[in-house]
Write a protein that binds this ligand. Structure first.
Ligand SMILES: Nc1nc2c(ncn2[C@@H]2O[C@H](COP(=O)(O)OP(=O)(O)OP(=O)(O)O)[C@@H](O)[C@H]2O)c(=O)[nH]1
Length: 342
């Protein structure tokens, strides 16, 4: 049996990981169909509609980490704005998306919330990494084990995704501060200033690994002590081990998120340790709380910083989200056979 679903459409946690859940999107497809099939004056409208949809870029961000660290709650907070009353362990993957507007461009940010429990990850895991544009690693600041396990998560990810460390020269991270417009679209304004991470006692002592890099970091910190850390060395092309011919010509930004900062009395992972770890792995560090409404903008910033970073990568293709051709076909036995079209 084959599960078929339009790529880029909303789907939901399901026994076999794949279900369609998007009446609005179905409507869009139907409208697009009737436009293209309609005669007379519908033609130019259809073209305009198609051009509009073709220009919608989709950024796929995958969220990874131990079970119970709050991945689902973080994605809820970003896409739905609230903190769920109760959550269940994610099975397979949950998919949520949100339209955001960055510098005049509307972008769909797809957030793929993966299962932390190994038994719920199943063989679908490789497909989570299909065309991933960015990765969010989450740990629980009140749970040292979840922090220690990050190394394993990073290694697991690296097996599926050969990422590119970002170079400082490639362009810096945007510092967006979201504000909701009437349609609920997050608008990123200029001169905005999010709290990307907590202030740390300075100076932060780092091992002298690379004098050139250390100098660059020093300069960055001097110019703005709150500037998130971001540096790396190479810019090798990205590829996926399950299909080396995938053309994902993007560097894949990754960020580290320490969640549950509202539980101040129970914090086990010091910020300085987390920052050192993030730095070692060329990641930005965000410390936040999916639960605390005051931190909601911080949660937005995690995804918006990534989206803004991705937006600078012009080579990310435009996707015709309304087109049926944009469908992906998965079978229940996905681990056995790749559906890679190339
Ligand atoms: N205090 C506090 N609790 C949180 C926060 N985020 C999540 N939680 C709680 O942590 C528990 C797990 O949250 P989930 O979002 O389901 O965790 P998950 O990482 O998605 O777990 P898996 O689906 O098993 O991988 C739930 O009881 C949440 O209410 C937070 O910021 N603060």
């Amino acid at each position: 049996m084959t599960n078929e679903f339009p790529d880029g459409k909303r789907w939901k946690r399901a026994e076999h990981d794949v279900t369609i859940l998007a009446p609005g999107d179905v409507h869009k497809v139907a409208r697009s169909r009737s436009n293209s099939g309609g005669g007379g004056g519908g033609g130019s409208n259809a073209r305009a509609s198609q051009e509009l949809s073709i220009q919608t870029r989709i950024f796929k961000i995958i969220v990874i980490g131990d079970s119970n660290v709050g991945k689902t709650c973080l994605t809820f907070r970003f896409t739905g704005g609230g903190f769920p009353d109760r959550t269940e362990a994610t099975i397979g993957v949950d998919f949520r998306e949100k339209a955001v507007e960055i510098e005049g461009e509307t972008i769909k940010v797809q957030v793929w919330d993966t299962a932390g429990q190994e038994r719920f990850r199943k063989s679908m895991v490789k497909h989570y990494y299909h065309n991933v544009h960015a990765v969010v690693f989450v740990y629980d600041v009140t749970n040292m084990t979840s922090f220690c396990n990050l190394q394993t998560w990073i290694e697991k990810t690296a097996k599926l995704l050969f990422y590119t460390p970002l170079t400082g020269a490639e362009g810096s991270w945007f510092k967006p501060q979201g504000r909701q417009n009437m349609e609920g679209v997050l608008v990123v304004g200029e001169g905005a200033r999010p709290l990307l991470r907590r202030d740390l006692p300075s100076p932060i002592v780092e091992p002298p690994q690379d004098p050139e890099r250390d100098e660059a970091v020093k300069k960055t910190r001097q110019s703005d002590p709150r500037e998130p850390l971001m540096h790396g060395t190479s810019s090798a092309p990205v590829c996926f081990s399950e299909c080396n011919s995938h053309r994902v010509s993007a560097s894949v930004p990754r960020v580290l998120v320490g969640n549950k900062c509202d539980l101040v009395d129970r914090i086990q992972v010091p910020s300085s340790v987390a920052l050192r770890f993030a730095d070692t792995h060329n990641m930005l560090l965000f410390e936040t709380s999916a639960k605390d409404p005051k931190e909601s903008q911080n949660v937005d910033c995690i995804f918006m910083a990534l989206a803004c970073r991705l937006k600078t990568q012009k080579f990310l293709i435009y996707r015709d989200v309304d087109s049926e051709d944009a469908r992906v076909h998965l079978t229940q036995n996905c681990g056995a056979k790749s559906n890679c079209p190339c």
